[in-house]
Design a protein around this ligand. Structure first.
Ligand code: PHE
Ligand code: ZN
Length: 877
């Protein structure tokens, strides 16, 4: 594990490699503590490179056994666990290099390289894990054709998988056997994968548009095959969708997915052999919530879509990570929108973007969608690269129009298939198909920070004037910002709720319902507008910006009822709620009673009951902004306890005003038919469960929630019942009984226990810290398993504002100590968890100081990993 902190990698330092590896032949002799890897590499000197140039291969923690050059033992090398430098190389343009290394998969707790999870050998190579398997040019612009041979005892590992197509298999001595795989598509080392073990399989097949029959397999623990059915269905729908919407066809004879229980991320797009965190594969109504089903569908799609955006066309270097991630997130968002409800999906995306990406962009960890420097690339798998990266592609589609966007994508696939590319290559295809200059737009990739638009509307004699000003706040290492191209979708709404037209617009570019903001300030005039319009701005969240608009509360109420854009309706009501919550927060701080307008409760009541709206939409609309949302919008000097009180007050106010109608609706939504995970059924459950949260505030609240829990026939409702009891009536006999009952029924189901941990870790208030401490000793908890750690400690730190940000700082200290312990095993995990501190400067001074001390204690820890050190130091900078 690297613990030196010095080296910084810079985008401008990119240089093509002197050597290439056109062919890679790997042999694995698997063993839990002594695995032999023989890498037989065809090395090619790039044209024009001096034969005296050394070949420098990357390694990480490697144990070298032997090196041969063109079949002869080679001694002119310097080997350390981190590097292999070869000199005195043959003058010929090509030669064969053989490297033998020895690995200990069982001791690998970092879950990078080759490790064992639950007795199953598996690999994780993105971004720099291949160098923990063999010395290699471990960089994404080195594309190689892989041939892989795996040998293992048949009893321990009847299943031997790698990338590409299976080409051979057979028996060996000592009850061992082997399998060989060949992947004809050249790929970077980060897409290499191997899996070996004893697993069950759900099989199916898919015939591509070109008539290729593809064998599909999802590998899971024996006995759990049935739980992969939803994932399989999602896979086939993804394959069809990519053909229909992007014209992309699958390109191998097999496509395999393996679910493993120890995994640092969600899933990995290895060519032809995706490896998944089991939580994103396994599901049935008894074990998975509707959110789990939706995540499985999205992540299966995401990894599959990478086959073209990531694998066939990959990244030149890791600075270009968003080239594959932002684009692929955009593709999976579009897929889910087509499979489910577009409007509802968009609202959920924007909520996630604001909850995860906005705080990143507005704090010390801010970085451009394409960063220019890093110390540890693992720390750049961020909401900015993924989610904002997707928003940038969405803006491109908005600016160019769907057809031109598709033409650009077609050109991208045609021009760059088989290459390792940059963001410039990507933008260029869109410039070429549209004839437009996208250089100002390209700033979205290069400049960090959330832009703000201030808009002042005025109306007089048929003319609407919008004074628009843009600003981008300073972010770390970018104090001066350039002006951006911001596509702002909008509508003008008349008093009858219909869209108003205009005869001409001057002072800026307006096209197809989109204002193109490019300057610092502009005065846009719309002539021929029949009456004073209500403005619907940033429809569909066309740009990831913050807006400051003078809008009257009655206009927001009007929009919340009448905007034809569902996102616009949601946004209007959400703005009203946020303003009410912030006002209440100020009251709490000032020791005054909170007051709310009746109109808010009435609006919540009428939206909840409006049968013309989808239940899923209604559920989202009447869900109050979270405590973290409120804190973000307050922006500074935050007292999380006061936020909690203010939010509870508004929940109580809305619940009290709508008690009877919410109760009637709650009962009406009771579903008695057979379970379906589809979006419509999930939407009804979502609405009913949000209503439950409100009803839990009434006198008979515990009874309703207890009965909800007792009568639940699926995990979604079970969790809603238990969560409501635990959060609204913490410590009550009913809450304790529900938790005990759930624990008893799910003790041998780790993924279900994760939900049990999470609910308890997020109970608001001081007591949560003691709960988390205690649960760390629970038999179902394991500090080595990322899912367990995230569900207990991740949800505490990121999802429990009042508990984690206790005024006495005790939770910070506890958490810092826990991170330092995790860091010794799994630096990626500790570093990711540490981002919970990223908004520490927006807290009130006392908490700020306590958080700072906790960060400093981590930085000072001897032997801290590069990963955790990087996050802690940047957070303090
Ligand atoms: N490339 C994976 C994805 O987004 C994420 C990942 C990164 C997984 C690094 C593992 C390690 O699809
Ligand atoms: Zn991805």
């Amino acid at each position: 594990m690297r613990t030196d902190t010095g080296q910084v990698f810079r985008l401008e330092d990119y240089r093509p490699s002197d050597y290439l590896i056109p062919r890679t032949h790997l042999t694995f002799r698997l063993d839990p503590i002594r695995t032999i890897v023989i890498a037989d590499l065809t090395i090619e000197r790039r044209a024009g490179v001096d034969p005296s140039a050394p070949l420098i291969l990357d390694g990480d923690d490697l144990n070298l056994k032997r090196i041969e050059l063109d079949g002869i033992e080679h001694t002119a090398h310097e080997a350390t666990p981190e590097r292999l430098v070869l000199k005195d190389l043959p003058e010929t343009a090509q030669f064969q290099l053989t490297i033998e290394t020895e690995l200990e998969p069982d001791r690998n707790k970092a879950l990078m390289g080759l490790y064992r999870s639950n007795g199953v050998y598996c690999t994780q190579c993105e971004p720099e894990g291949f160098r923990r398997i063999s010395y290699f040019l471990d960089r994404p612009d080195i594309l190689s054709v892989y041939h892989v041979r795996i040998e293992a005892p048949r009893a321990e590992a009847p299943l031997l998988l790698s990338n590409g197509n299976p080409v051979d298999s057979g028996e060996l001595d000592n009850s061992r056997h082997f399998a060989e795989w060949h992947d004809p598509h050249p790929k970077p080392s980060y897409l290499f994968a191997l899996v070996a073990g004893d697993l069950g399989c759900l099989r199916d097949s898919f015939t591509t548009m070109g008539g290729r029959k593809v064998d599909l397999g999802i590998y899971v623990e024996h006995g759990k095959e049935r739980l992969a059915a939803y994932a399989m269905d999602a896979l086939k729908r993804s394959m069809r969708w990519d053909e229909e919407v992007f014209g992309r066809e699958y390109d191998l004879d097999v496509f395999n997915i393996v679910a493993v229980s120890d995994f640092n991320m969600g899933a990995m797009e290895n060519k032809g052999l995706n490896i998944f965190n089991d939580k994103y594969v396994l599901a049935d109504e008894a074990t998975a919530t509707d959110t789990d089903f939706a995540n499985i569908e999205a992540i299966i799609a995401h990894e599959y879509f990478h086959n073209w955006t990531g694998n066939r066309i990959t990244c030149r270097d890791w600075f270009q990570l968003c080239l594959k991630e932002g684009l692929t997130v955009f593709r999976d968002h579009e897929f889910s929108a087509d499979q489910r409800s577009r409007g509802v999906k968009r609202i959920a995306e924007v909520r996630a973007l604001k909850a995860l990406q906005f705080p990143e962009d507005q704090g010390p960890l801010a970085h451009p969608v394409r960063p220019r420097r890093y110390r540890e690339i693992n720390n750049f798998y961020t909401a900015t690269v993924y989610e904002k990266g997707s928003e940038v592609v969405r803006m491109l589609a908005t600016i160019l129009g769907r057809e031109t966007f598709r033409a650009g994508m077609d050109l991208y696939f045609e021009r760059h298939d088989g290459e390792a590319c940059t963001i410039e290559d990507f933008l260029k295809v869109f410039e070429d198909v549209s004839g437009r200059d996208l250089s100002q737009f390209g700033l979205w990739y290069n400049q960090s920070g959330t832009p703000n638009l201030t808009i002042k509307p005025s109306y007089e004699a048929g003319t609407l004037t919008l004074e628009i000003e843009q600003s981008v706040p300073p972010t770390p290492s970018e104090s001066r910002k350039r002006l951006m191209h911001i596509p702002l979708a909008f509508g003008l709404i008349g008093s009858d709720g219909r869209e108003l037209q205009w005869s001409s617009a001057e002072g800026g570019t307006v096209d197809g319902g989109v204002i193109h903001v490019r300057k610092r300030s502009q005065k846009l005039r719309f002539h021929g507008v029949a009456e004073r319009p209500v403005l619907s701005l940033n429809r569909g969240f066309s740009a990831p910006v913050t807006l400051a608009v003078e809008q009257r509360p009655e206009d927001l109420i009007f929009l919340a009822r009448h905007d034809s854009d569902p996102f616009g309706r949601w946004q209007a009501f959400n703005t009203l709620l946020t303003e009410a919550l912030i006002a209440a927060y100020r009251c709490v701080l000032g020791g005054k009673a909170t007051v709310f307008e009746d109109s808010i409760a009435r609006l919540a009541g009428s939206i909840a009951a409006d049968d013309d709206l989808e239940p899923a939409y209604r559920a989202l609309a009447i869900t109050l902004p979270s405590e973290a949302d409120i804190a973000r919008d307050i922006g500074k000097d935050i007292d999380p306890d006061a936020v909690l009180v203010a939010r509870k007050a508004l929940v109580g106010f809305i619940a009290g005003a709508n008690r009877d109608s919410f109760h009637a609706l709650y009962q009406h939504l009771h579903d008695t038919g057979p379970f379906s995970p589809d979006a419509a059924a999930a939407g009804r459950r979502a609405l009913r469960n949000v209503l439950l949260g409100y009803l839990a505030r009434s006198n008979d609240g515990t009874d309703i929630a207890t009965s909800h829990f007792t009568h639940a026939t699926n995990m979604t409702d079970l969790i809603a019942g238990m969560g409501t009891l635990a959060h609204e009536h913490p410590g009550s006999p009913q809450a304790r009984a529900a938790l005990a009952d759930f624990e008893r029924r799910h003790a041998d189901m780790p993924l279900a226990m994760d939900k049990w941990f999470q609910i308890q870790a997020t109970v608001p208030g001081e007591h949560a810290l003691e709960t988390v401490r205690t649960l760390m000793r629970h038999p179902s908890f394991s500090i080595d398993n990322p899912n367990r750690v995230r569900s207990l400690m991740g949800s505490f730190s990121a999802g429990n504002q009042s508990g984690f940000h206790r005024a006495d700082g005790a939770a910070y200290l506890f958490f810092a100590e826990a991170l330092m312990d995790i860091d010794k095993r799994n630096p990626q995990l500790s570093a990711r968890l540490a981002t919970a501190f990223r908004s520490w400067r927006s807290l009130e001074p006392i908490r700020q100081e306590k958080a700072r001390q906790a960060l400093v204690s981590m930085v000072k820890m001897p032997g801290i990993s590069v990963d955790l050190g990087d996050i802690a130091e940047r957070s303090l900078a």
